[in-house]
Structures are given as structure tokens and as C-alpha cells.
Ligand binder design. Structure first.
Ligand code: DC
Length: 221
């Protein structure tokens, strides 16, 4: 039985299923869920709307400080009073978010917001630097990884199910490029924390991924 507030940090590259896994874990544990990637995506959308370029560190930092952002329920993102849950997932946003989020000015502000979000509540957060930078003392840390070819296949299937045509080679190239940008940036790069438990989802079903993490949290609680 868990008596005090705790953080479940789930990091890993794009397309490993960590967001859906974190959301489901939060649901089953009846704790809150924060998709930190959605915050960076919302910033990119705001920057696009405001004409701020991905190279404009100061402009992006200012926007990050002014972001009017709400997460009324898991998966829902409200920016400036508008539901942008879908608008932050377009290829245009995916194409620029890795550059926008690499600036120290941006990360300092959004990392602080992520810390504030978790104050006084138990929650699961997924991202790239949750276990290394945002909550280096999180009670539970996981690093979810997956063969890029499996990730690309799953992503193509997801897009096709949504009626969107997707080319496997393009999807694979985009995933690999985003991983490269996210893991080579200077501030808060994607990397596995020394004390994070590795969960390789290449051969796991969704239920197995969820159970693997949940069993650790329940045992350590
Ligand atoms: O998880 P995602 O694909 O929605 O994340 C969008 C982008 O934000 C991705 O390029 C990585 C970046 N990101 C980050 O730098 N740090 C986080 N904690 C979460 C996401």
C-alpha cells in the first residue's frame, strides 16, 4: 500500500508506446498522468502560430513562460482555451518540436512547470528527461526502449488505422532522426538514468508492458 505521494518516471525514444503505457498505469493506480512531450508540442504549435522560428531561443523562451496550458484529463491539451490535443500531433509539429525543445531557456521553464504539476500528488509522467532531470529522485524510474523497425511498423499501422497513408521508410527515418536530435542535445538529452529499469517492448504486447511496470510499482510501494 502506497502511503505518500510518488512519481513514476517513464522515459524513452519516440514511438515506444510509453505515453499509452504511462496513461494506463496512471489509470490503474488511480494517480495523475502528465505527458511532458505534449507541453513541448504545445509550445511548438504556439511558436508556429506566432511566427517564432525554431532557432529563436529567446523568442521560444518568452513563449514558454507565457504558455496558457491546461490538462483537464489524460490525453487532452488545452492551449489558450482551445482544445489542441490533435493539432499538436501533426507532421508539421513533429517536424520542428525536437529543435524547439532543445533550447535551455525553454527547458528550464517547462521542467519547472512539470515539477509544479507533481507537487502534492502522485503521478506518472512520460518524456525524455523525467528520470534524469525533472525528477532525479523519483521513486520509480523506467526506460522504455524498442527496436526502431518495430516502432516504425507499429506507427504505420496506427496511422493506417486512422486512414492516414504512411510510408514505412519515411516513418522509420523520422523516428531515427528525432532520436538522434533528442539524444545529442546538450540540455536534458534522452538517456537512461543509471537507476532506471529498462523495459524493452520490442517483443511485448501492450498489456505485458503495462504489467511489467505495474508489478515493479506495486512491489516497491
Ligand atoms: O513524446 P513526444 O514525441 O510527444 O515528444 C515530443 C518532442 O518533445 C520530442 O521531440 C522529444 C521532446 N521531449 C523532450 O525533449 N523532453 C521531454 N520530457 C518530452 C518530450
Amino acid at each position: 500500500m502506497i502511503h505518500s505521494c510518488f512519481v513514476v518516471a517513464i522515459d524513452g525514444p519516440s514511438g515506444t508506446g510509453k505515453s499509452s503505457t504511462a496513461k494506463e498505469i496512471a489509470r490503474r493506480l488511480a494517480i495523475d498522468y502528465l505527458d511532458t512531450g505534449a507541453m513541448y508540442r504545445a509550445l511548438s504549435l504556439k511558436a508556429l502560430q506566432s511566427g517564432v522560428a525554431p532557432s529563436d531561443a529567446a523568442g521560444l523562451g518568452t513563449l514558454a513562460g507565457q504558455l496558457d496550458l491546461l490538462f483537464p484529463q489524460p490525453g487532452q491539451v488545452i492551449l489558450d482555451g482551445q482544445d489542441v490535443s490533435k493539432a499538436i500531433r501533426t507532421p508539421e509539429i513533429s517536424g520542428r518540436v525536437s529543435s524547439d525543445c532543445a533550447h535551455a531557456q525553454v527547458r528550464t521553464i517547462l521542467v519547472e512547470r512539470q515539477r509544479q504539476y507533481a507537487l502534492g500528488r502522485s503521478c506518472a509522467l512520460d518524456g525524455r528527461d523525467v528520470g534524469t532531470v525533472v525528477f532525479p529522485h523519483a521513486r520509480f524510474k523506467f526506460y522504455v526502449d524498442c527496436d526502431p523497425r518495430v516502432r516504425a511498423r507499429r506507427r504505420v499501422a496506427e496511422l493506417q488505422a486512422m486512414g492516414v497513408h504512411a510510408d514505412y521508410d519515411d516513418v522509420l527515418a523520422n523516428l531515427v532522426e528525432r532520436d538522434r536530435l533528442d539524444s545529442t542535445r546538450e540540455v536534458g538529452p534522452l538517456r537512461r538514468a543509471n537507476d532506471a529499469i529498462l523495459v524493452d517492448t520490442s517483443h511485448l504486447t501492450f498489456e505485458e508492458q503495462v504489467e511489467r511496470i505495474l508489478s515493479v510499482v506495486r512491489a516497491g510501494a
